[in-house]
Write a new protein. Structure first.
Length: 259
């Protein structure tokens, strides 16, 4: 699929996904959702990459939300279906089998905040502004925002920010645990790449398993402890584990193959 609103590039072996609709502050229209769905559903799982960084084009925005101008065309069951579809797409980001880091370079509002929260780790520029302003539009977050905000910052603060729609600055996001790091504006991409590179010499099967175990902690249909011992059992039989343990005893760097 040829993308119009996503630019896929590579730096130091890390894939960079840039949401690129700068004139609309990278707002997520239907096509952009379709492209994110394609990338994380069809491309990312088999991609030979050290990990993925998601960012927004330009100086001002990561993603300023779902495209408000598209809402007017919605009617009937469309909205419910589109909310479910958006959630499913962001589950693909969250369940990606390699680390996904958001480099939040500006406004991350509504659907943009929801996209950043679906990523495994968030690096914020000091100019970043997070928020769920949906109630100000007379609607509610529809792409997992009410759920992931609670998971990341706790019920009381999530209630406050989702009910007031107030923006969260970078330092507050860091204090709340919404952002993992805050860096000077313009350095967020490099910091995100640096984090991915820290994972790059680790066992790929182990990385994928950690992501699954942690995600299962938040899935009421799954038992994360069961996931953990099951995947532990699988991975203990892998060549990677033998290689990792052998490399340790031989005092050398492990050369993992992901098998
Ligand atoms: N959608 C469409 N265009 C947007 C946009 C958005 N979310 N955000 C910004 N833009 C456009 C602006 O309209 C403007 O375009 P022109 O007027 O130049 O053509 C351009 O980007 C630059 O924006 P501003 O001129 O407003 O820039 P400022 O620096 O003055 O302000 C801002 C920046 C980020 C504070 C402001 O643009 C803003 O408040 N943006 C909207 C933030 C927002 O409320 N986002 C949406 C949250 S709600 C669903 C229904 C709804 C939703 C989901 C699902 N279903 C029915 C399934 C809601 C989801 C959301 O994300």
């Amino acid at each position: 699929m040829e993308y119009q609103n996503l630019v896929i590039s590579e730096k130091q072996g890390v894939s960079i996904v840039t949401v690129s609709r700068e004139k609309a502050l990278n707002a997520l229209n239907t096509l952009t959702f379709t492209e994110i769905n394609h990338f994380f559903g069809e491309v990312a799982p088999g991609l030979k990459t050290k990990g993925i960084v998601v960012t927004g084009a330009g100086e001002k925005a990561f993603v300023a939300g779902a495209d408000i101008k598209e809402f007017f065309a919605l009617k009937g069951e469309d909205a419910k279906w589109l909310s479910k579809r958006g959630q499913d797409i962001f589950f693909k980001v969250e369940n990606c089998n390699k680390p996904v880091v958001a480099a939040v370079n500006g406004f991350a509002l509504g659907g943009g905040c929801e996209l950043a929260m679906a990523c495994h780790i968030r690096v914020a520029s000091e100019k970043a502004r997070f928020g769920l302003p949906e109630v100000g539009l007379g609607i509610i977050p529809g792409y997992g925002g009410t759920q992931r905000l609670v998971q990341l910052i706790g019920k009381g603060k999530a209630m406050e920010y989702a009910l007031t729609g107030e923006m969260i600055n970078a330092q507050t996001a860091l204090d709340l645990g919404l952002a993992n790091h805050v860096v000077p504006h313009g350095e967020e991409l490099n910091k995100a790449i640096e984090i991915v590179l820290k994972t790059a010499d680790k066992g790929p099967l182990a990385l994928a398993a950690v992501i699954r175990c942690i995600n299962d902690n938040f899935d009421e249909n799954k038992n994360g402890f069961e996931t953990e011992y099951t995947l532990f059992g699988d991975i203990a039989l892998s060549e990677d584990f033998i290689e990792g343990a052998t490399a340790f005893t031989e005092k050398r760097k492990a050369a993992f193959k992901g098998v």
